[in-house]
Design a binder for this molecule. Structure first.
Ligand code: NDP
Length: 397
């Protein structure tokens, strides 16, 4: 995000409405919350394209309800079913990686990047390269290709508005024009379902326990990432790229109530934070409407009822993910960190490894592979594949 770019936009008259939007990953947790807000504001948005992986039924239903022009399934095996479901509607159907690229490249004002994992990288980058305003939920894309994506933003004059609640909070209180006044930022973390578990207990937790986040309802992968604190590690890397800060200026604080979504500390001792009920529709609405605000059905924040906000330091012994992320950032191993984590999460969800092995697995991959600097998309994809192959072989042994 370029400061000039932001201030110019803030001074500008709001974009003409309705704004066109493509929602990548419209059938997921972020995607369905985005669709909910679009449906509540029919005069403000016009849907260009929607994408899913395999969930044809929901994708087709959304596309018809919102009169989308294009619907895409990433899995080519689902193309025939999508065509059948859209027959007679006039909505175009597409599939596969080319279909996802087409959805991202269509000339919409906004692109919501809400595909989960590395699979979202190519379409997210394509949207940036054509100069779209990107509402970024797909943190794995930025983690793997931060340098490339931020350089593309400068070149195409695209804009990234962060959807992740922590980054969205920081974006709202970060003084882009006087960055030298910023001492550090603090990402808050709920601590997840195992915040009070011992290392020994974490060896034996179940899939269902890991998926039961205390404060947020989210997709499976990010729920496991939150439980292991890999999510906070990914967010630390995401923040470094989004706000142009070294890792030592990014702190993490456990805040179990998830009310303060993150903070910026200034050199004069001021700390600015954004607060709200833990509901992703607030940060999503912020990005959809920026620089304006729109109403949401989110429960108003009732601090008297909540009573207490508490804080703890993260424990690196029980949650090694944060230190691994700091190393990944400093050694340019973020592709390795992300790919190994994606494979480890899948392995945990299919009960091939236990929960505590996720961090050990990521550490093993980071020992095995070198870093990658100033890489092209092709080089990033090649390393991602190499790491995944190595991880899958290790799982078989
Ligand atoms: P979900 O698993 O709920 O949804 C993922 C979406 O991506 C679905 O539409 C899914 O389609 C689609 N998808 C899955 N795999 C592929 C693939 N290989 N190619 C193309 N599309 C695919 O995830 P979330 O909504 O929870 O998370 C999305 C992103 O947002 C993640 O990067 C996450 O870290 C980030 N995020 C999520 C938050 C949350 O509250 N959920 C909060 C902050 C960030 P289908 O339904 O067909 O499988």
């Amino acid at each position: 995000m370029h400061p000039d770019n932001i201030s110019a936009e803030l001074k500008a008259v709001s974009a003409p409405t309705p704004r066109s939007i493509s929602v990548m990953g419209s059938t997921g947790s972020i995607g369905t919350n985005t669709i909910d807000l679009i449906e509540r504001n029919p005069d403000l948005f016009r849907v260009e394209a929607l994408t899913a992986n395999k969930n044809v039924t929901l994708l087709a239903k959304q596309a018809v309800a919102l009169k989308a022009k294009l619907a895409v399934v990433a899995d080519p095996g689902c193309f025939a079913a999508l065509k059948d479901a859209l027959a007679g509607t006039g909505i175009e159907a597409a599939a596969g990686p080319e279909g996802l690229l087409e959805a991202a490249e269509r000339p919409s004002d906004l692109v919501m990047a809400a595909i989960v994992g590395f699979a979202g990288l190519a379409p997210t980058l394509a949207a940036i390269r054509r100069g779209a305003t990107l509402l970024l939920a797909n943190k794995e894309a930025l983690v793997c290709a931060g340098e490339l994506m931020m350089a593309a933003v400068q070149q195409s004059k695209a804009r990234i508005l962060p959807v992740d609640s922590e980054h969205n909070a920081i974006f709202q209180v970060f003084d882009f024009e006087r960055k030298s006044g910023i001492e550090h930022i603090t990402l808050t973390a709920s601590g997840g379902p195992f915040r009070l578990f011992s290392k020994e207990q974490m060896e034996h937790v179940t899939r269902e326990e890991a998926l039961a986040h205390p404060n947020w309802v989210m997709g499976e992968k990010i729920s496991v990432d939150s439980a292991s604190m890999m999510n906070k590690g990914l967010e630390l890397i995401e923040a470094a790229y989004l706000f142009g800060l070294p890792e030592k200026q990014i702190k993490v604080l456990i805040h179990p109530q998830s009310i303060i979504h993150s903070m910026v500390s200034y050199v004069d001792g001021s700390v600015l934070a954004q607060l709200g009920s833990p509901d992703m529709r607030t940060p999503i609405a912020y990005t959809l409407a920026w620089p304006e605000r729109i109403k949401t059905p989110v429960a108003p924040l009732d601090l008297a009822r909540i009573g207490q906000l508490t804080f703890e330091e993260p424990d690196p012994e029980r949650f090694p993910a944060l230190d691994l992320a700091r190393v990944a950032l400093k050694t340019h191993k973020t592709v390795v960190f992300n790919a190994a984590n994606e494979i480890a999460v899948e392995a945990f969800l299919s009960e091939k490894i236990n929960f505590a092995s996720i961090a050990r697995f990521v550490a093993g991959a980071m020992d095995r592979f070198s870093g990658l600097e100033k890489a092209s998309l092709e080089e990033i994809i090649a390393l991602d594949e190499e790491v995944r192959c190595w991880c899958n072989r290790s799982l078989k042994n």
